[in-house]
Write a protein that binds this ligand. Structure first.
Ligand SMILES: NC(=O)c1ccc[n+]([C@@H]2O[C@H](COP(=O)([O-])OP(=O)(O)OC[C@H]3O[C@@H](n4cnc5c(N)ncnc54)[C@H](O)[C@@H]3O)[C@@H](O)[C@H]2O)c1
Length: 464
């Protein structure tokens, strides 16, 4: 089927077409599109993450949830039904549960504008591409490139079909992250030179479900070993690189205008030896040295460090650390010629303002005299109440809000297909760098030169 055909079909079938085409051809400007009052939504994957998005959509008066899709009729679908019953009563939401390919039938519907994809990583690209080809604008969960071609396929399909893609990187909307974004944009730290971020999260109980964790994607600690594995654990068996770069990279990219006046140029990655998962299995009361999982060889190094060089001279350090005992931290640091912020310390230092050589606390958002009080982002000031109770301290509200508001207003997504492709690409590139002993890898320019003229959009509105 030719791309021209898809393009024509899309233009006919959806008002959002105008949004995508004008955005992608102009590359730099806001664009006019017919406004919508309501977004008709489909959800693909309603597991641990997807059901949270479902709840947020069901609560919005400007979203109509039309259909859900998930092959798991034991847990995911009944759980989603409960949520639908709770928030929609007897109103009907269609279900597509007939295996891994049934999302294609959901995409054939002509009463859906947009889809949210919250499936295992290996499905993100294929489902996003199918959605674009069907004329539905997809919001895609974090991480998911199996190789670089996946990233190019996302970009090329979006450009060919004219359908925009929204990258669901929720940490970009974390309250402290947005306050620091504000500090950077108002010049508090001077010119930015170095940034850090990462995914430092003890996922041993997720990868080998100890019954206490609600995350999906792990494997039961049963007798059958890895044959019971769902999806997440297998990536630690077969891959060695930064498997989850976007929570760290997304937020810091926005502060230095990546893909909008700046770009990621190259990276090097190195991995430590792999010890944590094997030790966890051996030490676990339901495991032991003879458990089938104790024989599994994990390829993923316990800590993978990646150093990225940016076009405008900044460096970004990312850390992936999910196999060791440790408290959760995204390891943020934003440093400029006048000072720096460090997430772990909840502190900052600004030359000439802070006492010499001493950290100052970032403070409480409720205290107007604290740094966080002063720099609280307009989005949080406006939507704090609506966001309360939403997942991950409220930030999940902002992701759905941005997706829906941009469709309704016919404006460019602040986190778009170029961002998603660039962030996703870190995983295969870091795998290659680790495999080559830390060799430098060029990071493709997915914007094909448009980054030089594209203007920043993220964080500049108090509406999305
Ligand atoms: N942004 C965040 O803070 C955050 C947090 C958790 C998970 N995630 C991301 O969300 C995604 C899902 O993670 P999860 O924890 O919900 O995993 P999960 O295993 O609980 O849910 C995935 C769901 O997708 C379904 N699925 C599998 N193949 C499918 C297919 N072909 N079509 C439709 N549905 C299919 C599964 O049955 C399952 O119910 C992952 O990409 C993960 O990285 C993001």
């Amino acid at each position: 089927m030719s791309t021209t055909w898809h393009r024509r079909k899309f233009i006919k079938s959806s008002a959002i077409a105008t949004v995508g085409i004008s955005a992608l051809t102009s590359g730099i400007q806001s664009f006019a599109a017919p406004k919508k009052n309501k977004v008709r939504m489909g959800l693909i994957g309603v597991g641990a993450r997807g059901v949270g998005h479902l709840g947020l959509c069901l609560r919005r008066a400007d979203v109509e949830v039309v259909a859900i899709c998930d092959p798991d009729t034991n847990w995911a679908i009944p759980n989603a039904r409960k949520k639908i019953q709770e928030l929609y009563g007897n109103k009907k939401v269609a279900e597509y549960t007939n295996g891994n390919e049934d999302y294609l039938n959901l995409l054939k519907r002509d009463d859906i504008d947009a889809v949210i994809i919250a499936t295992p990583w290996e499905w993100h690209t294929v489902q996003a591409i199918a959605a674009m080809k069907a004329g539905k604008t997809p919001a895609v969960e974090v991480c998911g490139a199996m190789d670089l071609q996946d990233c190019w396929d996302l970009v090329n399909t979006s450009e060919a079909t004219g359908v925009p893609v929204f990258g669901m990187e929720n940490v970009c909307y974390r309250r402290d992250v947005l306050a620091v974004f504000n500090m950077v944009k108002q010049g508090l730290f001077g010119e930015i030179i170095h940034l850090q971020g990462g995914y430092q999260h003890d996922l041993r109980g997720v990868k080998f479900n100890d019954g206490e964790h609600l995350y999906g994607g792990g494997v039961e600690f049963g007798e059958k070993g890895l044959s019971e594995a769902k999806w997440r654990t297998l990536h630690s068996v077969h891959r060695n690189g930064d498997l989850y770069p976007t929570h760290g990279l997304g937020p810091v990219s926005n502060t230095i205008d990546i893909n909008r006046g700046n770009r990621l140029v190259s990276l090097v990655s190195m991995a430590t030896k792999s010890r944590g998962l094997h030790k966890y299995i051996v030490d676990h009361p339901k495991g032991g040295p003879n458990h089938p999982n104790a024989k599994v060889e994990f390829k993923l190094g316990d800590i993978v460090s990646t150093l990225i060089k940016c076009n405008n001279g900044e460096t970004i350090m990312l850390s992936h650390d999910t196999n060791s005992p440790r408290p959760y931290s995204l390891n943020f640091r934003v440093q400029g010629t006048e000072g720096l912020w460090m997430d772990d310390q909840k502190s900052l230092y600004v030359q000439g303002k802070s006492p010499n050589d001493q950290w100052e606390k970032t403070g409480d958002f409720k205290d107007p005299n604290s740094y966080f009080g002063k720099y609280d982002h307009p989005l949080w000031k406006r939507f704090e109440k609506d966001a309360s109770g939403a997942g991950h301290g409220g930030m999940d509200y902002f992701v759905i809000n941005a997706f829906v508001e941009c469709i309704k207003r016919g404006v460019e997504y602040p986190l778009d297909v170029y961002d998603l492709a660039t962030w996703y690409a870190i995983t295969p590139l870091s795998e290659r760098s680790v495999a080559e002993g830390g060799m430098v890898q060029a990071i493709p320019d997915f914007t094909k030169g448009k980054w030089m003229n594209r203007k920043p959009t993220f964080g500049l509105s108090d509406e999305y």
